[in-house]
Design a protein around this ligand. Structure first.
Ligand code: GLY
Length: 371
């Protein structure tokens, strides 16, 4: 498989760590306290950010930082950092453990873009492969195409030696079974109609309604969508980015979101900067949001301002139709000078992203454009 080769190239001989070991280490990390609202300016390169604010996001950036600081490429850094996040079984929005479609099948989307070469690759609706971002990189580097989908993408990955694996975890399967059973009162999933609410003379329900099954069906609500963006600028001033996702949970089989679409879920331009999107992909596709953010930066806006501009662009479109509708997106962006920003239009609170540069790891709180 080609993956460890790029990893060795990036880390050099002294860093032979696998992402599995990294993940185990990452799960023991204590999350840093929120650093509070920062000005969104770092101004130092190299730098790498991710839209993830959790311990795995931190571990992903820490995994690549030393090599990036020592002159490693932004392209290798974003791939290896994303691989760490794709392997996290607790993350129900990306890679292994991501929530499946309505049939219980995990279908992953990912894209990568290399600012140095104006090259891009993507896979959409790929099944049974844990690292869609690395397959996207191979599409970019080993073909003259930009995107492969579904079975073709999987066959392509298998041809490079990626193993075919079950992407469902116990947790994601339980979430899907819970969703299927509770989806409607008007279907045939769940206890037989004549036993709903039934108890015997000792007050016991139907046999399988007790114990673990009750706990399973009454479990916590799972998130319905999420994605990860990883963007970097290296010591040579080259930029790269990746967006990777399991997409919207319970999606109609075959649905493709914004993540694998260059210009929507991701865009990178060495002259300007890079941007990535998470949230409801349908709106990001219609608004070409990542391209729009980079274009705004080209016009002189900071990464923070450009992310906010892109959210307003979407909200204004619905307002113009006369609909009071905010779909819910989070955008992150960096520029070639090492400045960064993030924003969302999701009702409450502020978005947070992870940043790593010479000043160390920190979490940055961006803007909520609805407040
Ligand atoms: N932003 C991820 C998706 O909508 O699929």
């Amino acid at each position: 498989m080609i993956l460890p080769i790029s990893r060795r190239r990036f880390f050099g001989q002294s860093f032979g760590i696998t992402t599995g070991a990294v993940l185990a280490r990452s799960l023991g990390l204590t999350p840093a306290d929120l650093a509070g609202r920062s000005p969104g300016r770092s101004g130092s390169t190299p730098m790498i950010i991710t839209s993830h604010r959790n311990a795995t996001g931190q571990a992903a950036l820490e995994e690549v930082w030393e090599a990036l600081a020592a002159g490693g490429s932004a392209l290798d850094a974003v791939e290896i950092a994303t691989n760490v996040i794709e392997l996290d079984p607790e993350d129900m929005s990306v890679g292994y453990g991501g929530l499946p479609n309505e049939d219980g099948v995990v279908q992953l989307d990912a894209s990568i873009m290399d600012g140095r070469t104006y090259n891009a690759g993507a896979v959409a609706g790929i099944e049974s492969i844990k690292h869609p971002s690395s397959v996207a990189r191979l599409v970019m580097e080993r073909t003259d195409h930009v995107m492969l989908v579904a079975e073709g993408a999987k066959e392509f990955a298998l041809s490079f030696g990626f193993p075919e694996e079950d992407l469902m975890t116990e947790k994601s399967r339980a979430a899907w079974l819970r969703w299927r059973e509770n989806r409607s009162d008007n279907d045939d999933w769940g206890p037989p109609d004549h036993l709903k609410g039934w108890e015997d003379e000792k007050g016991r329900g139907i046999p399988d309604a007790g114990g673990d099954r009750a706990a399973f069906l009454g479990g916590p609500e799972e998130s319905t969508h999420g994605t990860v963006n990883v963007l970097a600028v290296d010591a040579r001033g080259d930029l790269a980015g990746i967006t990777s996702t399991s997409g919207m949970s319970w999606k109609v089989p075959g649905r493709i979101g914004d993540s694998p679409i260059i210009g929507a879920g991701l865009y990178v331009d060495n002259e300007v900067g890079a941007a990535g999107a998470t949230g409801r992909g349908e709106d990001v596709i219609k608004a070409c949001s990542s391209f729009y953010i980079v274009t705004r930066m080209r016009e002189g806006r900071s990464p923070q301002e450009a992310c906010e501009d892109a959210l307003r662009f979407i909200d204004e479109r619905y307002a113009a139709v006369g609909i009071d509708y905010r779909p819910g997106e989070k955008f992150v962006a960096i520029n070639r000078d090492g400045e960064f920003g993030c924003a969302w239009n999701i009702g409450e609170g502020s978005p947070v992203m992870s940043v790593m540069d010479a000043a160390g790891y920190r979490r940055y709180e961006g803007a909520n454009t609805t407040l």
